[in-house]
Design a protein. Sequence first.
Lengths: 409, 117
Amino acid sequence: MSKLTHNDLLILLAAIGILLILSRLVAELGKKFKLPIVMGEILLGILIGPTVFGSISPEIFSELFPKTGGAKIALDGITSLAVIMLLFVAGMEVQLNVVLKQGKAAIYTSFTSMVIPFVLGFSIVWYFPDIFHFQEKYHLVYALFFGIAMSISALPVITRILMDLNLFKTNVGMVVIAAAIFDDLTGWLTFSLVLSMIGQEGEITNVWYTIGMILGFGLFMLIIGKWIINKILPWIQNKLSWPDGVLSICLGCCFLGAAFTENIGLHAILGAFITGIAFGDSVHLHEKAREIIHQFVTNVFAPLFFVSLGLRVNFIQNFDPILVSIVLFLAVVCKVFGASLGAYMGGLSKRESIAVGFGLNARGAMEIILGTLALNAALIDEKMFVALVIMALITSIISGPLMKKFTGV
Amino acid sequence: MVKEIDTPALAMAMADDNTKPEASKIKKDFSESESKRLHSIIERSNPESVKVNERIIGGKPGYAISKYARDKNADLLVINSPDTHLNLFDRIFTHDIEYILADLPCDVLIVHSRVSN
């Protein structure tokens, strides 16, 4: 049986240490320019990855970040944990009653900002497959994936922008938040379906079985799971050590949920996401506990994940300007049109509707996680991955200034 | 007079790049702006000689006020009715008022907001 050698351990610890410290420094620097934290982490990955550092000093790069061996497997394990935890915390913010409570504007915006980009993205791949590179057997799943990639939004980036612009508690702000919650929910559920359709050996599995399992697991967790959580959470928070108890139990349940869905043939992210919804929806989860879980995941595991993306892909070699332009153009047009139309139909003014459209256009970390999972599943190639990352970063940067312009704050 | 504030996704957005004083300031600002709104509502209603205590509480609407009433051993909780008729979705995704009605903290008076506007 193979085990982590002394050298592997040394490399692993040094790599994690360097990644954590540098990512924090870059995040602090980015903060000065009001850039999303994920942007600094991706840029850092590109700088210390094969794109820059790896091409200047390949020996030291391959010594510190080896492509094979125990340290590589261990680091991959840690980044997989990070994705699962990121989906858990994303699930914790999905509160559907927030969508319903915002009324007509939020419901229309949620629906059109999801459906229009999805249908347009799906149709482009379905009718013009030659623009993209994928295996013939993946035509349907690739089209589904691209539709989801066009329709997803990044709730944390959007909330941050709304806070900076002082729009968080306004009508526009709440419509944007509600629609982003809805887009996250439907996007991740559909993406779990897409990932689960690709079997272990790359074959296409039975879609009805997968849909049935997703619905079954979702209903079980949101009815019985939530009932159990509501019973045990007050006890955990009052009787166990604070905050250790709630942190351990929440993350423990997240991993068990992820393990369960992986075991029944669905993807682990689905289990984590739905367990997150069940915990986040509980009225008994203290706001402080929510904050601690977010901080733990966002500041320790998220940087490792986002920086490590730059370590595995060469962003210059895989930069395809035509593909990047197509992805970026489609993403912006589909989302801004879809979301603005819904907001306008829901009764917002023209300018407010366009502001909502640009707000929801921020893709941020969520799009990058989506791209990584698709790359891991060999559904997309590295060129498409680079295009999605660039699109996610650009949409996140332009979102704030354009919202500001149209809301006049 | 108690006003609830719910801040969906705020914990997530504040997790990454806020120093402690900044995070506290953001929360304080939210609380203050809601406090101002509550105060203006009270002034508009012209309470005259009645002494009104104003409170802002955080948490899930419905649940937070119910817990507050229970903690304070309130005699009567006065709330407004939902703005629209409840439907199937409100049964599936618990409506705020259900947190109060499912486990009454004390006597409850529901003022019909659709009539009183």
